[in-house]
Design a protein around this ligand. Structure first.
Ligand code: GLC
Ligand code: CA
Length: 550
């Protein structure tokens, strides 16, 4: 496979609103990010992805864009962005931005024109349909609940929106619309950004007839994913985008690709295909769904991660991640914050970080930030949480049940302000933060962890250094070890005579294995999250070790 800078990189995702406030208005901003670049560089970060920083009415915190070529006033100015980009490059790092083109804001001028009359030239840039018998054109339920259609009295038609009603979907069938999107992409690339994380790319293509979906439970609106998630023909749009824009630049692209399974991964990121460089696949994200139970069995994780590792070996590249702004905190979800917070945070870190692919760290993950406490509806901010709340209330669920559910699934958990130090507001802001700081900030923060050699932060630092020094940990083939062990997730990385073994006890009980199954007598333990190796074939709760074999 080709050598590429982004394969060697370690990436860091920033949610600007919650990262660092530089002007005391309580909202994180671009200058706040610039202030913290030395922190990221020092951690070993090479590539930064920032979530949307464009002009937006903030119905979905910036994922509803009203001008692709303007900066959200709360976040700063275009001059601030240019300085950020320049400062990133000056430090030898790279910056990618979020490309949100499945939909715009309902305040985007394209939509304002489109809705103005049935014969407006931009009418077809979005999807408009007549109602059926005084109701929506079909029974599709949206990703954030409710119908995917909104009636617009001005022209007496409905428009399609898979997310909130303030996020109308662009119509990718329309060639002029696509050309306008490509112009916008080139404008940013010519400015010097290093690539895109492509939002909701899985949904660009819709079932062309907009037919009703089966509705055996007689719901008002029925789950509609089958009609727009990774729908047949989607790759034609990706090819079109690649031909017109992506392939003409030396950049990195990561598509947010729900609905893609390992057996088709190569079609998306196969190196010779020239489509995308990586995808954020969702197979392990589904484990956040309530049916999956609270903590996944190691067997489930082994199956999913191994399938992706094997499917792309020698063919394409994985994006590795366990947190982002749409998920709850990983240590709260997969780990044990009550008894083994530090050990489980570091164990999960080693688990995903040393597989083959480019590892992404979500802000705060590197200090083991946890889920937060919500006491009432007012404590939440996220529009999807609010919709789920309404829906559960209508189903007769009690407030306590709803909060319990949202605590384990709600996106707000990862959106609390970054915990920098033990000062008021965790050092995030001198003003009143837009969103409540997690009350544990005096125990979990960057400043404390910088002083502590055994902290989660310093463990991440060591992981990053180790990966950078060892080619086998970048290019090496992944081989699952101890496949049937109920507690231990173990894998090997192999590259021309160099081998590493990563061992993770994914449980709060100690775990043993037999030396014949995975002998380590001659191996050197190069990283671990306990002070020393107490017993070679037994791991403490959430113990992780990395061994160099040869
Ligand atoms: C993606 C984003 C999410 C957003 C949605 C709609 O899933 O990650 O935050 O709400 O797209 O743009
Ligand atoms: Ca601010």
């Amino acid at each position: 496979m080709e050598k590429k800078w982004w394969k060697e990189a370690v990436a860091y995702q920033i949610y600007p609103r919650s990262f660092k406030d530089s002007n005391s208005d309580g909202i994180g901003d671009l200058n706040g990010i610039t202030e913290k670049l030395d922190y990221l560089k020092d951690l070993g970060i090479d590539l930064i992805w920032i979530c949307p920083m464009y002009k937006s009415p903030n119905d979905d915190n910036g994922y509803d864009i009203s001008d692709y070529q303007e900066i959200m006033a709360e976040f700063g100015t275009m001059a601030d962005f240019d300085r950020l980009l320049q400062q990133v490059h000056e430090r030898g790092m790279r910056l990618i931005i979020d490309l949100v083109v499945n939909h715009t804001s309902d305040e985007h001028p394209w939509f304002l024109e489109s809705r103005s009359s049935r014969d407006n030239p931009k009418r077809d840039w979005y999807t408009w349909r007549d109602g059926k018998e005084g109701a929506e054109p079909n029974n599709w339920e949206g990703i954030f609940k409710g119908s995917t259609w909104e009636f617009d009295p001005q022209t007496e038609q409905y428009y399609l929106h898979l997310f909130t009603r303030r996020q109308p979907d662009l119509n990718w069938e329309n060639k002029e619309m696509r050309a306008a999107v490509y112009d916008m992409m080139r404008w940013w690339l010519d400015k010097g950004i290093d690539g895109f994380r492509i939002d909701a790319i899985a949904h660009l293509k819709k079932e062309p007839l907009f037919a009703n979906v089966p509705n055996p439970d007689k719901l008002r609106y029925a789950p509609s994913m089958k009609s727009h998630l990774n729908y047949d023909g989607l790759l034609e749009y990706v090819d079109d985008m690649s031909r017109n824009v992506l392939k003409n630049y030396d950049i990195v692209t990561v598509g947010e690709m729900n609905g893609l399974f390992a057996d088709h991964a190569e079609e998306w990121v196969g190196e010779h295909r020239g489509r995308l460089n990586m995808v954020f696949q969702f197979e392990h994200v589904r484990l956040w769904e309530p049916e999956a139970g609270l903590r996944p069995e190691p067997a489930v994780l082994k199956k999913i991660f191994t399938a992706w590792q094997e499917a792309l070996e020698g063919k394409g590249w994985n994006a590795l991640y366990v947190e982002n702004h749409d998920l709850t905190r990983i240590t709260s979800r997969w780990g044990d914050t009550e008894h083994h917070w530090r050990e489980s945070a570091t164990c999960i870190a080693a688990l995903y970080f040393l597989m083959q692919g480019t590892p992404f760290i979500y802000q705060g993950q590197e200090i083991g930030m946890t889920n937060t406490r919500f006491e009432s509806l007012d404590d939440f901010d996220d529009v999807s949480v609010k919709n789920i709340w309404r829906e559960m209330e209508a189903q007769g669920k009690s407030e306590a049940e709803i909060i319990a559910f949202l605590t384990h699934t709600g996106r707000d958990n990862s959106r609390t302000p970054m915990q920098w130090n033990s000062w008021p507001n965790a050092g995030f802001s001198d003003g009143t933060p837009w969103f409540k700081v997690n009350t544990n900030f005096e125990m979990i923060n960057v400043a404390i962890q910088q002083q502590d050699p055994d902290s989660v932060l310093n463990f991440y630092r060591s992981l990053i250094q180790l990966r950078k020094q060892q080619r086998a940990l970048i290019d090496g083939r992944y081989v699952l070890e101890l496949p049937d062990h109920p507690q231990i997730y173990a894998y090997r990385r192999v590259l021309e005579g160099m081998e590493f073994v990563v061992l993770c006890n994914m449980s709060s009980k100690s775990a043993r294995w037999r030396g014949e199954q995975l002998p380590l007598e001659w191996a050197e333990c190069v990283l671990g999250n306990y002070p020393k190796v107490d017993e070679i074939y037994r791991l403490h709760p959430w113990e992780t070790r990395v061994y160099k074999i040869s």
